[in-house]
Design a binder for this molecule. Structure first.
Ligand SMILES: [Zn+2]
Length: 108
């Protein structure tokens, strides 16, 4: 079983929240969550989660084009997906895409 965070819009009030859901064998395709704003329940479709697990930045061709072709920054790309620049950095390394030196590095 793995805990996954899904960020989705409330069907009822439109507010965007992140929900922790449990993924495991035998789970249904949808999982119920409660909106913290309007307190209404909705179901998160697991196909949405799957899409989030396979974002464009996992694709080496796409990532190379955005980062090198379009000269975008990690932070810029990360913002498109609601992830941290570190996530993009990890995937650049994972996909063997050379990263630009920023002249400063986080040491922690
Ligand atoms: Zn709501």
């Amino acid at each position: 079983m793995a805990r996954t965070t899904v960020i989705t819009e409330c069907l009822w009030c439109g507010e965007t929240h992140s929900y922790g859901i449990i993924r495991g064998a035998g789970m249904n395709q949808t999982q119920p969550v409660q909106c913290p704003d309007c307190r209404k329940h909705m179901f998160i479709n697991m196909t949405i989660r799957k899409a989030l697990e396979n974002p464009d930045y996992h694709d080496p061709t796409w990532l190379h084009e955005e980062y090198h072709g379009k000269n975008r920054t990690m932070a810029d790309i990360a913002a498109d997906f609601g992830v941290t620049p570190m996530t993009i950095n990890i995937w650049l390394n994972k996909l063997d895409i050379p990263t630009r030196s920023r002249g400063h590095k986080k040491t922690n």
